[in-house]
Design a protein around this ligand. Structure first.
Ligand SMILES: NC(=O)C1=CN([C@@H]2O[C@H](COP(=O)(O)OP(=O)(O)OC[C@H]3O[C@@H](n4cnc5c(N)ncnc54)[C@H](OP(=O)(O)O)[C@@H]3O)[C@@H](O)[C@H]2O)C=CC1
Ligand SMILES: O=C([O-])CC(=O)C(=O)O
Length: 311
């Protein structure tokens, strides 16, 4: 059971509010609860589980036990197989979950997804129904309007939130404000990546990309882009959801031989504002598709959630 002192001077224990003015037996009851709390509970750290222990999930899990350790406890990691998270969990001193059920049994405050859009579709609603907030890196899963609405409804039903970190880009705040000013605003996203960062995407249908010349490999809506390049343009879907939606956001994907950074340029324009938001960042050494910045955007989001100042 968790107990904490609210600012008005009221102790809250589970769902029971107990007035500060209570004395005698009631007070000793409160005091006993306090003394039975673990150190972590006394500090009221938020409890987090991570899905995915690849390039980005590893950075997030390490940060939870490192720079975020004063605010958060890493409960455990869920991998693609029960074996996958065993080693990282051992190193970080948390659980290696064998199933989603095991993760949910821990009742985390937040579940961070860094596993892919299939995992979002497979687990998202169940995580929310269990009362955990969800932080999604595979934002592309939300391009599908029907799925997005059903996940939103699942969150509302359980009074939970779905957090969309800025990922490998920035400026989602300005796009959201611009959309409020003018619903007919325009957004175009240009993604530039080295050929090996695009390899294996269903949209290439096995085509080998040139290692000598730049080529436009995709041009269309963000909705089509994420279907064709599901591991490359989550950023475009995030930009689209901040603005005019995946069907109305234009995306171009360019293969650039020799390019060391993943580069994303978002052009937004409404009646009175014009923005160019360019982010170039190094990919993760173990996964050339993903910029490490995306993992740090989750770390930053978690830090923000624990801060009295909200960005
Ligand atoms: N929002 C943004 O700006 C960005 C989002 N992303 C997205 O973030 C996600 C994570 O990226 P990254 O860490 O680089 O990817 P990785 O491929 O490096 O890691 C993902 C890990 O999750 C595992 N996995 C797959 N399915 C499941 C599942 N159902 N449950 C648990 N684990 C699973 C994978 O295992 P296996 O390899 O065996 O499948 C893999 O180990 C990707 O979807 C990526 O597209 C990436 C960059 C930017
Ligand atoms: O990490 C990046 O540069 C972008 C990315 O893969 C994505 O948006 O899916």
């Amino acid at each position: 059971m968790k107990a904490r002192l609210l600012s008005g001077g009221t102790w809250i224990c589970g769902k029971t509010n107990i007035s500060k003015r209570l004395t005698g037996p009631q007070f000793s009851f409160i005091f006993t609860i306090q003394n039975n709390l673990s150190k972590e509970d006394k500090e009221m750290k938020k409890r987090v589980s991570v899905i995915g222990c690849g390039a980005l999930g590893s950075i997030i899990a390490q940060s939870l036990t490192g720079m975020l350790r004063e605010q958060y406890i890493l409960l455990g990691i869920l991998g693609a197989t029960p074996q996958e998270p065993i080693k990282p969990a051992e190193e970080l001193g948390c659980k290696a979950y064998g199933s989603l059920e095991a993760l949910l049994a821990d009742t985390p405050d937040y579940v961070v997804e860094a596993a892919g859009s299939d995992a979002v579709r497979q687990y998202g609603a169940r995580i929310l129904a269990a009362g955990s907030n969800l932080i999604l890196l595979s934002v592309g899963a939300l391009a599908d309007e029907t799925f997005r609405h059903s996940l939103g409804q699942a969150a509302e039903k359980c009074d939970c939130k779905i957090y969309l970190p800025s990922g490998a880009i920035g400026g989602l705040d300005v796009l959201r404000a611009m959309r409020l000013m003018d619903k007919d605003m325009k957004i175009r996203v240009e993604n530039r990546k080295a050929p090996h960062s695009l390899e294996g995407a269903p949209g290439l249908a096995g085509k080998q990309l040139s290692i000598e010349r730049e080529e436009l490999v995709f041009s269309g809506s963000a909705l089509e882009a994420i279907r064709s390049f599901p591991k490359n343009v989550n950023v475009a879907v995030a930009a689209a959801l901040s603005g005019v939606g995946p069907e109305n956001t234009t995306v171009e994907i360019v293969s650039v031989p020799g390019l060391e950074e993943n580069s994303h340029c978002i052009y937004g324009q409404n009646k009175s504002v014009r923005v160019t938001l360019e982010t170039s960042s190094l990919p993760d050494p173990s996964n050339p598709r993903s910029s490490t910045l995306a993992a740090w955007s989750v770390v930053s989001l978690l830090q923000n959630l624990a801060s009295p100042f909200q960005f």
